[in-house]
Design a protein around this ligand. Structure first.
Ligand SMILES: Cc1cc2nc3c(=O)[nH]c(=O)nc-3n(C[C@H](O)[C@H](O)[C@H](O)COP(=O)(O)O)c2cc1C
Length: 217
C-alpha cells in the first residue's frame, strides 16, 4: 500500500499508557535500566536488547547503527563487534558514543552517553565461545565494513572459512571482541499524551552520586 506524503505527515500516535514519576526511579540508573529492559523483554518486543549506537568520525561526521547489548552491569553497557570496521576505526580516534533504545510497545526510550573501552580479552573469548558455530565462522569470514564485489563473494569467504576450520574449535578472532560503554548520562523517556512526555536524566560528576533532573519534552 502506498504511503503518500500527506499520510506520512499525518502518522502519529498519542502516547497514553502511563506516566513516569520522579519517585518511581531507582537512585542507580543501571538498576532502573535493568527493570525497564526486563519489562521490554516480558512484552515480547523483538530484540529488546537492540540499541542504536552512534559514534563520531574524525571529521565530525556522526554515524549510527544497531548493535545488541550483551551485558549491563556496574561497568556499563557491553556489545560485541569487529575491531576493524567503521565503528571500531571511529572509536579508536574518539572513544565516546551514544546509544538509544526505543521500546515502542511500552512507549519508552532510553538514551545513554559515555566513554568506550574494549572489554578484557578473556571476556570477549568467553562470549565468542557461547555463540553459534555459524556466527563464529561469520566473524572470521566477514571483512566488516569493507566493499564486496557481490553476495557470492561473501558466501565464498564463508565457505572457505568453514573448510579451514573443519573439525577444529573456532577460537575468537584477534579482530573481534567487546566494547563497554561507561555511562556519563542516562535518560529515561516515557511517552505521554499531547507530546507532554516525561523525561528524567541522570548525570554524575567524577566520584559523586548520580543526580536526577526532569527535562522538558
Ligand atoms: C538488530 C541488529 C542487531 C545487530 N547487532 C550487531 C552486533 O551486536 N554487533 C555488530 O557488530 N553488528 C550488529 N549489527 C549490524 C550493525 O548494525 C552494522 O551493520 C555493523 O556492525 C557494521 O557497522 P559499521 O560498519 O558502522 O562498523 C546488528 C544489526 C541489527 C539490525
Amino acid at each position: 500500500m502506498d504511503l503518500s506524503p500527506e499520510s506520512l505527515a499525518a502518522l502519529r500516535l498519542d502516547y497514553a499508557q502511563r506516566g513516569l514519576d520522579r519517585n518511581e526511579l531507582d537512585a542507580d540508573p543501571l538498576v532502573q535500566f535493568g527493570s525497564w529492559l526486563a519489562e521490554a523483554h516480558s512484552q515480547n518486543i523483538l530484540e529488546p536488547n537492540a540499541m542504536i549506537l552512534s559514534t563520531v568520525a574524525s571529521d565530525g561526521q556522526p554515524w549510527s547503527r544497531t548493535v545488541l547489548l550483551k551485558t549491563c552491569d556496574g561497568r556499563g553497557f557491553t556489545f560485541f563487534t569487529n575491531y576493524v570496521g567503521f565503528k571500531a576505526a571511529q572509536l579508536s580516534k574518539e572513544p565516546r558514543a551514544a546509544v538509544t533504545f526505543w521500546w515502542g510497545a511500552l512507549e519508552r526510550q532510553v538514551n545513554i552517553t559515555g566513554r568506550i573501552s574494549r572489554t578484557a580479552r578473556a571476556e570477549s573469548e568467553a562470549y565468542f565461545a557461547s555463540r553459534p558455530l555459524a556466527s563464529q565462522l561469520g566473524a572470521w569470514a566477514s571483512p566488516q565494513s569493507c566493499t564486496l564485489e557481490s553476495r557470492e563473494a561473501l558466501e565464498q569467504l564463508f565457505a572457505e572459512t568453514k573448510e579451514r576450520f573443519e573439525g577444529q574449535e573456532v577460537l575468537c578472532p584477534p579482530h573481534w571482541g567487546g566494547y563497554v560503554l561507561a555511562p556519563e548520562t542516562i535518560e529515561f523517556w516515557q511517552g505521554r499524551r499531547s507530546r507532554l512526555h516525561d523525561r528524567f536524566r541522570y548525570t554524575r560528576s567524577e566520584g559523586s552520586d548520580w543526580e536526577i533532573q526532569r527535562l522538558a519534552p
